[in-house]
Design a protein around this ligand. Structure first.
Ligand code: PMP
Length: 429
């Protein structure tokens, strides 16, 4: 049964609602919970799916890649051929367009920005660091670490709205088309962090083909959740590199991905993909500070998966573990907040997050109330540049790490705090 919208209730009814929610919150505080819905980490059960990696390679005879290279030694900056081939298939690019590196794609993103800053990209007229001003379009809500990374460079962040099909392409084209200080943008194309949206072919095409005032406008296409489906509706990522090449901007997009949420978040493999020129540009700069990646770990990953289909099957086992946690969040939010007219939330078909919009002006209060009740939530505004959510409304929920019971209990707390904060605001108390 849906509850009646708070907006339709009389002052007396609202006062009673507020009292009831205060009491419910006090009971939760007294229960002394200690739960955490903050970071999108795989659970131990998910990590266990990849324990086959711990056995490592078959033994001392299994230390050569298919080209006969001893993976224990230096060399091979772009990563071993068979792993690049395997992930090229999964990412919808050619092996020559992929470099396989260390364990973190976020580190690769930082490297790319450092290279752009010091030397400029393939299409740059000068290093970005010599520009008077560098600005970047940031679809919001978005990934907090993308924003703190830009902030570290003093790159000015210009928020643009997200839609159900990815960034608002018309707004992006308007800004990037007229302002040469706008050098690029973030895109999390598949099951975005945090709103779960998937960039449609049309939006990808618009971003790939738009005219930009900066000749070296760069799309950092962070496909961290390309393979992380939660339903049978397995969304394919738009072919951004193909679209960019077809539109005459072959170097515009640089793609990133990793096995952080496929095998081990701390010991996986990260990938960069782009035009052949972009990959050569990246490895040329990489070579100034590296002689080669951990090829042994790359070979272990090849042996563990066997094929691209091996990865796809592995992702279904992840789904079996985490889909029930996403379902639990949805069930509790539906039951406890449905109909009240004070909150809305995403129902992602993949990825690691649910984005909850509470009543404007109450997100920070909800998070503080949840903390009192022992539930840690990502700080208010995390999904916005400089932590500034202008409406104080967005809360990112990350249900993968805690147990199913804990996810359910934590979501109940979130729901109670959402109701209490809304009632406080409506009653003005
Ligand atoms: N990009 C996005 C959108 C993410 O959500 C995350 C992890 N939270 C990362 C990148 C981090 O990737 P990696 O572990 O490969 O550094």
């Amino acid at each position: 049964v849906q509850q009646r919208p708070l907006a339709d209730r009389s002052p007396d009814e609202l006062a009673a609602f507020l009292e009831a929610e205060r009491a419910a919150h006090e009971r939760l505080v007294a229960a002394g919970l200690r739960l955490d819905l903050t970071r999108g980490k795989p659970s131990s059960e998910q990590l266990d799916l990849s324990n086959g990696l711990l056995a490592g390679l078959a033994g001392p005879d299994d230390v050569r890649d298919r080209d006969g290279v001893d993976v224990r030694n230096y060399g091979g900056l772009e990563g071993i051929a068979e792993l690049r081939e395997l992930f090229a298939d999964l990412l919808g690019v050619t092996p020559a367009q992929v470099a396989a590196g260390g364990n973190s794609s976020l580190v690769m993103m930082r490297e790319v920005l450092v290279d752009l800053w010091l030397h400029g990209g393939v299409d740059s007229e000068r290093p970005w660091g010599r520009e008077e001003r560098v600005r970047f379009l940031c679809p919001v809500p978005g990934y907090d670490r993308h924003f703190t990374l830009l902030d570290w460079f003093d790159i000015e962040m210009v928020p643009v709205p997200m839609t159900a099909d990815g960034p608002d392409a018309a707004e992006v084209a308007r800004l990037a088309g007229s302002d040469p200080t706008i050098k690029g943008m973030w895109v999390v194309p598949t099951y975005a962090n945090p709103d779960g949206s998937v960039v449609s072919h049309e939006i990808a095409e618009a971003l790939a083909s738009m005219e930009t005032a900066a000749p070296d406008f760069t799309i950092l296409w962070d496909n961290a959740y390309a393979l992380h489906h939660l339903t049978d509706d397995e969304h394919a990522s738009a072919d951004v590199l193909g679209l960019c090449a077809a539109a005459g901007h072959p170097n515009r997009a640089i793609m990133f991905a990793s096995t952080s949420k496929i095998t081990f978040a701390g010991a996986g493999v990260a990938f960069l993909a782009g035009s052949a020129d972009t990959v050569a540009w990246y490895t040329r700069h990489l070579g100034k500070g590296a002689i080669g990646p951990d090829k042994l770990n790359q070979l272990r990953h090849v042996r563990f998966f066997g094929s691209a289909d091996g990865v796809r099957a592995h992702m279904r086992r992840h789904r079996e573990i985490i889909a029930p946690k996403f379902d639990a969040v949805r069930r509790v939010l539906d039951a406890e907040l449905g109909g009240l007219g004070i909150a809305s939330w995403t129902e992602p078909a993949g990825g690691y997050f649910i984005s909850l919009d509470v009543m404007a002006g109450t997100a920070a209060r909800v998070i503080a109330l949840a903390k009192e009740a022992g539930v840690a939530l990502t700080p208010a505004g995390s999904s916005f540049p400089h932590g500034d959510d202008p409406d104080d409304r967005n809360i990112r929920l990350a249900p993968t790490f805690p147990s199913l019971d804990d996810v359910e209990a934590a979501t109940r707390v979130v729901a109670t705090c959402t109701r209490l904060a809304a009632a406080e605001q409506l009653v003005g108390g």
